[in-house]
Ligand binder design. Structure first.
Ligand SMILES: [Zn+2]
Length: 232
């Protein structure tokens, strides 16, 4: 019998398996399936097992970093953008400013600064789209607008301050639009409720045109890849 669930702090979903003969709790990476297998002996409660698993976040991150090297922004590499694979190409004859044409993101200029130009373009594009998507949602739902910025926080995809300033991780640009929309809905809902209470969840569900739990799970699954882009 197994069960799949998202645990706060763990980048991959956890597959819980009770195992009558297991002698201790065990967490293992199932790389091909992009999940963590948690083996639970009979005498350990589900609750205790999940609490234990949540404490292994540091170990999980370290394992992922070890098995999955970064993905530098090199000509010839592909990166996800809006959830689709896009080819990076340095083209001597092209302008310095990167341009996205179909599934190819290319630019010219000095080859040794290619990665910097692509990185800057990705961040600017992320800011442009996230500002627009946040504004559109605010306008549609009658929620007041506020400042939006992008950064590269390690553990959060977005945050909303008491004053209503929203900060997103630029890597959301790499994720499929409906997954990015979930984070936007989450942060915009925080403009009204600065907590994760019932009112917040109701508003978030109203603002998001999809299944929140699904989107969360998908984002958790995609997270490690999105975080490798441009590193190493
Ligand atoms: Zn939140």
């Amino acid at each position: 019998m197994s069960e799949l669930l998202a645990l706060a702090g763990l980048p991959w979903p956890v597959e819980l398996r009770s195992h009558p003969r297991a002698r201790r709790l065990r967490l293992a990476l199932d790389e091909p399936r992009g999940l963590l297998r948690l083996t639970v002996p009979r005498r350990v409660s589900r609750r205790a097992a999940l609490a234990w698993a949540a404490e292994q976040a540091g170990w999980v991150e370290a394992q992922l970093a070890r098995i999955e090297p970064g993905e530098p922004l090199e000509s010839g590499a592909t990166i996800p953008l809006d959830g689709e694979e896009v080819l990076l190409r340095w083209d001597e004859a092209a302008p310095r400013t990167p341009r996205l044409i179909g599934p190819v993101l290319s630019c010219g200029g000095p080859a040794d600064r290619f990665a910097d130009r692509i990185a800057r373009w990705l961040r600017d594009e992320a800011r442009r789209r996230l500002v627009e998507e946040t504004r559109t949602l605010c306008a549609r739902s009658g929620i007041s607008d506020g400042p939006v910025s992008v950064g590269d926080a390690d553990t959060r995809w977005g945050s909303c301050s008491v004053s209503g300033a929203i900060r997103y991780n630029w890597r959301l640009l790499l994720a499929p639009p409906h997954i990015r929309a979930y984070v936007v809905a989450h942060e915009v809902a925080h403009r009204v409720h600065l907590n994760h209470g019932a009112g917040f969840h109701a508003l978030q569900a109203e603002l998001y045109d999809g299944d929140v739990a699904d989107a969360r799970l998908i984002l958790r699954r995609l997270g490690p890849r999105l975080k490798r882009v441009g590193r190493g």
